[in-house]
Design a protein around this ligand. Structure first.
Ligand SMILES: [Zn+2]
Length: 107
């Protein structure tokens, strides 16, 4: 299944292919965003990946991947502690909190 949202070409696949590590359920490689079925309709995962899409565009794509891989080696980390992941995870967490009703004032 394919959808196009604001120029982003989003594709649903049964499994994210190599070379991406196991456990990765969505990936952005501009101009594509690829999702596994369990997160295809997850609005907060979309927020995360669409942030990467815009970030990659700002970096003219290839430099983003080069820096991403260098930082992954230097920082020896991926996921939430990776410098280029922090903002994406922050936006995803804010989305999840809003969806859960957190941050609202009690009546
Ligand atoms: Zn990410």
């Amino acid at each position: 299944m394919i959808r196009i949202v604001g120029g982003k070409i989003e594709i649903r696949v049964s499994r994210i292919p190599r070379p991406f590590p196991a456990g990765v359920y969505a990936v952005t490689v501009w101009p594509f965003i690829v999702y596994e079925p369990q997160v295809w309709d997850d609005g907060c995962v979309q927020v995360h990946e669409r942030y990467h899409w815009m970030d990659q565009l700002r970096w003219f794509v290839l430099p983003w991947f080069v820096v991403y891989l260098i930082l992954r080696v230097v920082q020896r980390t991926g996921g939430k502690r990776h410098l280029l992941e922090k903002e994406a995870y922050a936006r995803q967490a804010a989305c999840d909190a809003a969806a859960a009703g957190d941050g609202q004032l009690a009546p």
